[in-house]
Unconditional design. Sequence first.
Length: 131
Amino acid sequence: PNPLGPDMNASFATSLLASWMDDLESRTKWMALVYSDPMTAPDPLAVEIIGTVYARQLGAWVRTSPTLLTLDQAIVWLNLVPGTVVAGVAGFDAEFNGNRLFADMLPQPQTYSAGGNYALASGQFVLGLDL
């Protein structure tokens, strides 16, 4: 049993959290569209959308606090295949394959019945640690 009781919660030092963000900031972050949650999928690559001209987009980021990175330039995925469902955006460390770094799901998936483009505006995507 925990002698401090179940109500004790530890906190990390801000300097440690900032060092984790330093590591993430230094990594290449390729943005991908997903049709299902890659954080729960056995193979996160299997839920990335596909298309004839679809490609991951390289994100440009700015450090907006010691524990936050914010998308600094808009990203647009062009010419989605008709019927594409976008449920979220994920970040990978490579343009092809690679390792999943992060993901965020939309409140409701968006279906592009006629195809189209999906865009993230500058400042619309934030990576961070809750303090």
